[in-house]
Structure formats: structure tokens, C-alpha cells
Ligand binder design. Structure first.
Ligand SMILES: [Zn+2]
Length: 338
């Protein structure tokens, strides 16, 4: 095929599905990152771009000293006298896992379209399943995105995830009180047709107020919104609106369809059923971030995908205690930007 030939001539490796982007094989990964030192240098570059800054006081330049024997840490701040490493005050804070292990997990989560279970990470990375589980949730945390302002036209739709109400903890049932769809968890999504990006978040309810707010937060005023016939979308004040009546057997009427966001739901559900089997409500926002990020970055080269996530790892934390303790953090002000 001509495209393959062009890619081959330019020395690029053909990535599945997207001939123009550069993938990375596992072989290539280990050539580039043969050990913890190489991976650590890469993380340092992503976090500080060659200008190491103290995570405690922010000072940089010649106020930062490299510690010759790296003990107790590779860097020391001459101002606040604290020792630190690339892991300090980041999602890797206090992690005993090597930087190469972190980077390999990041690579696997960026490149596996249906996700990677903690069981598989445990086997591939030679770490306990418990460590793999915590590691993968911290990477998902770095996959969060937000602040969308879509030009439209957009497709808006909602879906339901999760198990039966009787299998839930009381606090989960409390959160779901009065909700439809047999107690499943509602997830709202918008896909912008122009940029092909998606914004997805877990929502308390699929009532008009909630869904209108979600659209207002992510879509520019005046943009066209296509939805199904759900009454919740009626009366959008700031946007134009057209809906399609699925119940009338009317699936695609010109541009008024929601096929784009629905295909995102189907990928998410393939991951849910095929890889994760269950996602607790407590952790669902992070799984949402994972699938949305992979969707939104799918046209990037593999290395660019990894960099984008790694640059989101600094100055945020997700300690194990916080992951374990319920009930779930509904994202600030109900909003989990995904
Ligand atoms: Zn300092």
C-alpha cells in the first residue's frame, strides 16, 4: 500500500489504524529505556524540561545541587535545604517502583485501547497486583483532561455503567437514590465533530439541569448540539439543538445523529466487559479519564501520548489511603473533567 511505502521511506513504523502516526514496539521501548536511569532522565525532562525545580519552594537554576552519590535523594535545594527526586510531590511520590516500571506501565496504558488490568500489569511488570492496582490508578489520574470549549457541532448522549443495586455498598445505594436505569451509574458525554475530542463525566443524574450544565460547561454558546430524543436535552438555552428519534426507528437523519459519541461508549464498554469486568463507582471517574484520554490523543505518536500524560504527573498526589477509603470523591463541584 502506498501509505505504508511512504511511512517506510520516512523510517516510520506504521501504527495500527493510523498510518500517519508513529507507534512504538515493545522492542523499541526497551531500546530507548533499557534501565531505570534512562527512564528517570525521561521523567525529569517531562517534569522540568531540563531546568530542575525544587518541588517544595519552586526555586531552580544554580540553587539546585545534584547530589553526587544520590543519597538520600539525587537533588538538594540550597534554599529550603530539602532533598528531592523526580518522584517527590508527584503521582510517583514515595513509590518504591523503579522509573522504568512506571514508564512501562504508562506505555501499556497509552497503547492498549481496551485498557490493561492490574492482573496483567502484575504479571508483565513483576510487581504485586496490589502495587499494580495503585500504580495504574495513579496513571489514570494523570490522564485526566478538562477545560474543553467545543466549537461544535457536537453530539451529546449518556450511558449507564455498573452492576446491580443489591451488590452495592449502602453509601453507593444512597448516592443512587431515586435514579433510573436499575441503579446503574450515569455517565454523560459530548463529542465535538470538528476536533473529534470527547468530554465525559460521571453524573448524579440525567435530568435536564445536570445535562444542560454539562453542555454549557463544555460547548461554546450558539454551537449546534445533536442528541437523541431524551427530554433532558429539550430547552437548551445557549445552543441550537436537533434530536433524532431512535424509538421511531429513525437512526440517522442527515447530520442529526449521535453515532460518534455512541462509538466511544462502545469502546468504553468493550474495556469494561473485556478488561476490567467491573469498575466501582468510587473509581469510575478515573476509568473514564483513561478511555477519554486515549480517544482524544489517538492521533498522536505513541511517544507524544506518553509525554502528554507524564507532564500531568507532577504536583499532584493520589496516596493509597485516599484510593482505599470510601465513599467516592465526587469530583469537585460534581465535575470530573475527563
Ligand atoms: Zn526548595
Amino acid at each position: 500500500m502506498k501509505r505504508d511505502k511512504i511511512a517506510a521511506e520516512e523510517g516510520r513504523q506504521k501504527a495500527p489504524g493510523k498510518w500517519f502516526r508513529e507507534g512504538m514496539s515493545l522492542q523499541e521501548f526497551f531500546r530507548q529505556f533499557p534501565n531505570d536511569e534512562a527512564a528517570e532522565r525521561w521523567f525529569v525532562d517531562q517534569r522540568w524540561g531540563g531546568n530542575v525545580a525544587c518541588p517544595k519552594c519552586g526555586i531552580m537554576g544554580d540553587r539546585i545541587a545534584a547530589v553526587a552519590n544520590r543519597k538520600p535523594q539525587p537533588y538538594r535545594c540550597k534554599d529550603c535545604r530539602k532533598y528531592f527526586s523526580v518522584k517527590t510531590a508527584s503521582l510517583m511520590h514515595n513509590s518504591q517502583l523503579g522509573c522504568q516500571t512506571w514508564l512501562l506501565a504508562l506505555y501499556l496504558l497509552c497503547t492498549n485501547l481496551k485498557g490493561v488490568s492490574s492482573m496483567r500489569l502484575h504479571r508483565e511488570l513483576d510487581i504485586t497486583q496490589k502495587a499494580a492496582w495503585h500504580l495504574s490508578h495513579r496513571i489514570r489520574k494523570a490522564m485526566e483532561q478538562g477545560g474543553f470549549s467545543f466549537d461544535g457541532p457536537v453530539e451529546a448522549d449518556e450511558t449507564y455503567i455498573g452492576g446491580k443495586r443489591k451488590n452495592m455498598h449502602q453509601w453507593q445505594r444512597d448516592q443512587l437514590e431515586g435514579r433510573g436505569a436499575s441503579g446503574k451509574i450515569a455517565v454523560a458525554g459530548i463529542k465535538d465533530r470538528k476536533s473529534n475530542l470527547v468530554a465525559v463525566q460521571m453524573v448524579h443524574s440525567t435530568d435536564r439541569k445536570t445535562l444542560h450544565k454539562f453542555i454549557e460547561e463544555n460547548v461554546k454558546i450558539g454551537a449546534m448540539v445533536y442528541t437523541d430524543e431524551s427530554r433532558s436535552y429539550l430547552g437548551l438555552k445557549r445552543n441550537q439543538h436537533k434530536s433524532v428519534k431512535h424509538s421511531m426507528g429513525q437512526f440517522v437523519e442527515g447530520l442529526a445523529h449521535t453515532n460518534g459519541i455512541e462509538s466511544h461508549w462502545s469502546m468504553f464498554k468493550r474495556g469494561y466487559h473485556g478488561t476490567y469486568h467491573k469498575m466501582s463507582m468510587k473509581h469510575l471517574p478515573r476509568y473514564i479519564s483513561e478511555f477519554s484520554r486515549r480517544h482524544n490523543d489517538r492521533v498522536l505518536d505513541t511517544m507524544a501520548q506518553m509525554k502528554a500524560v507524564a507532564r500531568n504527573m507532577g504536583d499532584r498526589r493520589l496516596p493509597r489511603e485516599q484510593l482505599m477509603s470510601g465513599p467516592p470523591a465526587w469530583p469537585q463541584g460534581e465535575k470530573e473533567a475527563a
